[in-house]
Unconditional design. Sequence first.
Length: 265
Amino acid sequence: MGGNEVVAATFNVHAGMDGYGRRFNLVAACKKIAADILVLQEVFSPADGPSQAAEVAQALGYHRCELPLARSLRTKEPMAGAPPDEWEPRRPYPSGARALRVGLSRHRYRRPREGYEEGSWGLAILTREEPVAFEPVELGRLRRDFTRRAALVVELPSGLTVVGTHMAHFSHGAPLLYRALRSALPDRTRPGLLAGDMNFWGPPLELALPGWRRAVKAKTWPARRPRHQLDHLFVTSAVRVLEGAALELGDSDHLPLRARLSLST
């Protein structure tokens, strides 16, 4: 971070693997993003070791704010017979197995399935500046959703407020959560950044978030042949967008977004 300029990015990492459980180098991908502020969704934290966000922070020199959202199972080894040109199985396996299972009930977690490791799934914000304050804000839980939803609010010494989130699908009733999300956002006249996998298109989100605008307009999902922009970086009028783009990195089902921003003083 130099002067009043900052590079911000958001990345849904899908636990650092594809839909068959084939791992990619998450630290290397985050290093290539080269952001001052990096908001990560779907980071996995094994029950017996450091989280993926902690590993990235330690390797690349970030300060870390993290919030687990749900219990999760991740396959220990890639699934057999995974075609190299496919991201995930076209049809579910006969056993219903998935590389990443999120939000299962406590009853089903008493005996983790053979071949899976137990842990948690959630959000993280990584920053070069040491945060002045950090607060998780609960947004609620929808009846059809598989996890609770929340936002991370981080105040930085530069005066920028960063809000990271991972919203539910609109088909699950996500509009019901936007009132709570709006209350977590800073005043629109102050420098603010909202980043995350919003699971919806930009124009309706701009209507739902008055005073906020998209810093980047680029397709992010599905990563191998992007058709939609589900991941977003929103900013207030006190933030000027200098440049931005989607990046082809890693092997998540989402592409990361990156923007260079200038903060009003």
